[in-house]
Design a binder for this molecule. Structure first.
Ligand SMILES: *Cc1c(COP(=O)(O)O)cnc(C)c1O
Length: 393
């Protein structure tokens, strides 16, 4: 390796510290394969570390839609949506997303992360207070910071603490409650009905990130708000095309005025190049499959239940409160999580080892995510492997 420039020498100390604490993450290369598999370090693995819940990232019909759009429209959109990058495919996808969510309109963002940052920074301002669940996705917290609002982090799903905090913010111009609907590292659900009550009581806006819920939760796959019957009580719902929809891009669907406001003011979409048209075509095909094949969602749930059941039969308790395809198994130290993931890899399974700062100290964990394209044998094999690796029955 080349010598570091002297003014960057501090990086060496920093990296060495991370190494010593087991917190340095390798930059690995993983080749996606069909049927919930991937190739890593030359070895074919069953991939339980992706968010492709419905297997649509590799679906033939989705691929074909993208290929056709690539042929017609080329690769890049060439400009931000505001300038000239919003192609007919963007317009059609926005209309399809609005129809799916039973809303008037929708606006696309370069990613779910960009949507979260852009939406909160556009809606909230220095005269406001933003209340964030401690386990919210990093981008929701970053959006709150960027907005210049006072940021209040409340304990995970602590409604009493949140109410107390809301009560102290009556002098603010506006109050915003911000939550994930499915917490991404824990797999549990935000208490949306209770949060809508608090939003009413303290006249706060409620912003919900459905990243892991779209396509997975609710009768029609519209997320936890649909499941809990509170779709009309949520002020702003943010979604992503990158998880169950298998592609890339964030979106907000809502009243026309909200969409118009975000179109003009959300800087992460105003100042960033619009999504490639083929990505929009792929998302549209994926959205159609999500709606026409509810059996994918049912299969995802059946496999998730099989995994939870199998683990519990062997005395391994998934993270309390977790439900659906995200199945976290807390092991404690980063070293324990990394060692367990490495042993699972030897046995043919790729599982995420999630460590601080992504999760709190002492709660490093395996994070297993199931896909509808996994086989029953994949799940039963994983259960056996985990039982061997974490040393229970
Ligand atoms: C993954 C994730 C995002 C970011 O979405 P991308 O489309 O990957 O940028 C936002 N919120 C939550 C809760 C997530 O898990």
């Amino acid at each position: 390796m080349r010598e570091l420039p002297p003014r960057l020498a501090w990086l060496n100390d920093e990296l060495a510290d991370w190494n010593a604490a087991g917190l340095r993450r390798p930059r690995r290369v993983c080749t996606p394969l069909p049927e919930g598999r991937c190739r890593l370090d030359g070895k074919k693995l069953c991939n339980f570390a992706a968010n492709d819940y419905l297997g649509l990232a590799q679906d033939e019909r989705v691929r074909e839609a993208a290929i056709e759009a690539l042929r017609d429209a080329g690769v890049g959109s060439g400009a931000s949506a505001l300038v000239s990058g919003r192609t007919p495919l963007h317009e059609r996808l926005e209309a399809a997303l609005a129809a799916f969510e039973n809303q008037e309109a929708a606006v696309l963002f370069p990613s779910g992360l960009a949507a979260n940052i852009g939406v909160i920074a556009a809606l909230a301002g220095p005269e406001d207070v933003v209340f964030c669940d401690r386990f919210n996705h990093a981008s929701l917290v970053d959006g709150g910071r960027l907005s210049g609002a006072r940021l209040r982090i409340y304990r995970h799903s602590d409604l009493t603490g949140l109410a107390r905090s809301l009560g102290k913010a009556s002098d603010a111009r506006r109050r915003w409650i911000v939550t994930d609907s499915v917490f991404s590292m824990d797999g549990d659900l935000g208490p949306l009905p209770e949060l809508t009550d608090l939003a009413d009581q303290y006249s706060a806006g409620l912003i919900v990130d459905e990243a892991h819920a779209t396509g997975v939760f609710g009768e029609r796959g519209r997320g936890v708000a649909e499941l809990m019957g509170v779709e009309h009580q949520i002020d702003v719902r943010i979604g992503t095309l990158s998880k169950a929809l298998g592609g890339l891009g964030g979106f907000v669907a809502g009243p026309a005025e909200l969409i118009e406001y975000l179109w003009n003011r959300a800087r992460t979409q105003v100042y960033s190049t619009a999504l490639p048209p083929a990505v929009c075509a792929a998302a549209m095909a994926a959205l159609e499959i999500l709606q026409s094949e509810p059996e994918r969602r049912q299969r995802l749930w059946a496999l998730s239940d099989q995994l939870r059941q199998g683990l519990m039969e062997r005395g391994i308790e998934p993270y309390p409160g977790s439900t659906g395809p995200i199945v976290p198994v807390v092991l404690g130290s980063p070293a324990a999580a990394v060692a367990a993931a490495a042993q699972l890899k030897d046995r043919g399974y790729l599982v995420g080892a999630i460590r601080p700062p992504t999760v709190p100290q002492g709660t490093a964990r395996l994070r297993i995510s199931v896909s509808a394209v996994h086989r029953e044998e994949d799940v039963s094999g994983l259960v056996t492997a985990i039982a061997e690796v974490v040393g229970r029955r």
